[in-house]
Write a protein that binds this ligand. Structure first.
Ligand code: ADP
Length: 691
């Protein structure tokens, strides 16, 4: 059976692995695409914010360039009102920190600063600058962001002027602190920020202005170098992943700002930007964990189930092994008389095969069409059998027994019948245990016959010895000396005991065979008892035992009895009372009436019977341990004979006893003839007791 479990166990492993793989596959199938979608969603959002910011920056720069352009156009007309024009320009565009006009030689001719007074000494020569080269080529110049220790970041923009105006360019320094408002205005959730990085990697606009003034450079971030080279980049690409100054992983989208070759970054800690995908991931992990736990529970349950089944199978096998090896037959059938179970011994006894009749409803008629079933039918319906005794309860159990003789095959069966009861109390069927007593019966009968023949044969020589000894004792063969007389008397007594033993054996054997031979007639019980007691006068005197007889029954009608057998029974009781009561004891015989029965009790003040031996008192050859110790004479057959005689009269016998205090035997005899059984039956008690 353990192979069964092992087989199941490996199946279970495979099942478990398949189930876990399926679970993982199912989770992976939805989780990763979902997470990717969530990441893409976050990217698109951040990018949209970035594009918006980029547009705002572009429009900031464009509008100021446009203002410069307008001024340049007017100057080009040569009105000579440059000073006035520039101060208006400064006034209308607060981000302009300073505006200058460059001479054709590249030297600043004219310059206005928002906060500082400019003297001719402040005018710089820019003829070698990149700026002058660009405007000389007719291009707009947009310089790098400049951050000095004290001032705010600036960017220089120069627009070329037509030479006719006498100037080569109009140059403006734009204060980038105004860009700060742009980046501050960009909202990307709680902890999201947008900031601008110039072409050298310095942060030039950031909601946290200390990063600007601290001249923080982030060129080492790959995402920045990539963006400054003109590509969009974001941290979904693992190359671009970086941490912020707090060590947090960052989710970022960086956009190039070609006009000035800057980069615009929109970022937030990953935990914030991808919060929803994180939540989904943790929910997925939790549910995955729960699924695994559930699966394990299922597997565990299944495993237990297998274990229970294995136990069940092994128990069933064990039960079958026991049933198969039983030397008694077992047949079970349900309330529809369908055969449920039959062991090999029952098959052998009833000469049928279980596999042929399994589940077959056995009706009394079935034997007509199938004579092979006759024995089984007679077993199930004992009324149809040639002989069936009454059922008898087995004391202390719910089982009953009966003897059934079946005709085909011819067998004497002792059948123990048990009801098969469901938990609800419903009787589901019957279980019959068949004990073949044919051989036991035969042996028993042979034994009884042997005993009765032997006893019978012994009686004649014993009687002869008795009479011979009697003659000698009576002096018929001449006078005896005292010594000779004593010896002979001893021999006579021993011979008497022998005769009693032989008689008892003969009686017991005949009782067992059911041919003790009763002759019933009317008997006056009161007189009968008085006579019986009178026979004990001598011995009572010798042992100094007081005998008493009380007739409490009043006038009883005669009972129907065999006086000779009844006196044998009664004498056995009186013999015992005398034998087991020490000198100066008392023996009281009382006759009374209880309903349809006359009761006779014989109470003594003798040695009593040990309680633990009470059950065996009426069995053949039983002698209690206390009397064996006393070395009294006895055969152990007296009470067996007495009980059977009383039973044959339709009565019963019982006793109460206390060791050291005395014993009272009570027998009940029916007062009505109808209560006396019609015929004598073989004694079943002995072999029933051995079942
Ligand atoms: P026995 O021949 O030994 O008396 P019985 O069958 O008459 O055989 O009695 C069986 C046993 O029961 C006795 O050996 C004795 O132990 C016990 N017994 C019977 N009657 C009495 C009694 N009146 N008092 C004590 N023990 C008794």
């Amino acid at each position: 059976m353990s192979e069964f479990l092992l087989g199941r166990r490996s199946q279970l492993w495979i099942l478990g692995l398949v189930a876990i793989s399926a679970l993982i596959a199912a989770n992976v199938a939805w989780l990763f695409p979902t997470l990717e979608e969530m990441d893409t969603g976050a990217y698109l959002l951040y990018r949209a914010v970035g594009v918006d910011a980029r547009n705002q920056i572009a429009s900031f720069l464009n509008s100021h360039e446009f203002a410069l352009k307008n001024a340049a156009d007017i100057i080009a007309q040569g009105t000579g009102r440059e000073t006035e024009l520039i101060s208006r320009l400064m006034k209308e565009n607060p981000p302009f920190e300073s505006v200058a006009l460059l001479g054709l030689d590249g030297v600043e001719r004219f310059k206005t600063h928002r906060f500082l007074l400019t003297t001719p000494a402040d005018l710089r020569n820019r003829s070698r600058d990149e700026l002058f080269k660009a405007v000389s080529r007719g291009e707009i110049y947009r310089g790098p962001a400049l951050i000095s220790g004290i001032s705010e970041p600036l960017i220089t923009i120069a627009l070329p002027l037509r030479r006719e105006s006498g100037f080569s360019a109009i140059v403006a320094d734009i204060n980038l602190k105004f860009l700060l408002d742009v980046v501050r205005g960009i909202t990307t959730g709680d902890r999201g920020v947008a900031y601008i990085i110039d072409r050298d990697g310095y942060i030039i606009a950031h909601p946290n202005s200390s990063l600007v003034f601290g001249r923080v450079n982030v060129l080492e971030r790959k995402i920045i170098t990539a963006t400054l080279s003109g590509r969009e980049a974001d941290t979904r690409n693992s190359d671009f992943i970086y941490k912020n100054e707090k060590g947090e992983d960052i989710f970022a989208v960086a956009l190039p700002f070609e006009l000035t070759n800057w980069a615009l970054v929109v970022e937030a800690p990953k935990s914030v930007a991808l919060a929803s995908s994180r939540r989904i991931l943790s929910a997925a992990l939790i549910s995955f964990g729960l699924e695994i736990v559930l699966l394990l529970l299922l597997i565990w349950n299944y495993f237990n189930l297998i274990k229970t089944a294995t136990l069940f199978y092994s128990e069933r096998n064990q039960r079958e092994a026991i049933l198969n090896s039983l030397s008694d037959g077992v047949v079970e059938y349900n309330d529809k008389s369908e055969i449920v179970l039959m062991n090999p011994k029952a098959e052998e006894l009833l000469n049928v095969k279980f596999k042929d009749i399994r589940g077959l409803a056995i009706s009394p008629d079935i034997a007509k069409t199938n004579p092979k079933m006759k024995g089984l039918v007679e077993l199930m319906y004992p009324a149809l059998a040639p002989y069936a005794s009454q059922t008898r309860e087995i004391v202390g159990t719910l089982a009953k027994t009966m003897e059934v003789h079946i005709s085909s095959p011819e067998l004497k069966l002792l059948v123990t019948i048990t009801q098969v009861v469901e938990e609800s109390g419903r009787v589901r069927g019957f279980l019959k245990i068949l004990h073949d007593v044919s051989r036991e019966r035969l042996l028993g009968r042979m034994k009884s016959e042997f005993v009765s023949i032997a006893a019978h044969q012994l009686r004649t020589p014993l009687s002869a010895i008795k009479w011979t000894l009697q003659l000698l004792l009576d002096g018929d063969a001449g006078a005896l000396s005292k010594e000779q007389g004593d010896f002979l008397a001893k021999g006579y007594e021993i011979n008497e005991r022998m005769i009693k033993l032989v008689n008892d054996l003969l009686s017991a054997a005949r009782i067992e065979e059911g041919r003790f031979g009763y002759e019933f007639a009317e008997v006056n019980l009161s007189e009968f008892l008085e006579n019986a007691i009178a026979g004990y006068a001598d011995i009572a005197q010798r042992k100094e035992i007081t005998f008493s007889f009380k007739d409490k029954a009043g006038k009883l009608s005669p009972i129907y009895a065999d006086a000779e057998k009844l006196s044998l029974a009664f004498n056995n009781l009186l013999d015992n009372a005398v034998k087991y009561t020490a000198g100066s004891g008392k023996i009281a015989v009382t006759l009374s009436r209880e309903g349809n029965f006359a009761t006779v009790s014989v109470a003594d003040t003798g040695v009593g019977i040990p309680t633990e031996e009470n059950k065996r008192v009426f069995s053949k050859f039983f002698r209690a341990s206390n009397v064996i110790r006393m070395e009294t004479e006895g055969t152990g057959l007296g009470l067996f004979i007495a009980k059977n005689i009383i039973r044959r009269h339709g009565g019963d016998i019982s006793f109460v006893s206390k060791v050291g205090n005395g014993t009272t035997f009570t027998l009940a005899l029916p007062l009505k003839k109808e209560l006396v059984p019609k015929e004598e039956k073989p004694e079943l008690e002995e072999f029933l007791g051995s079942v």
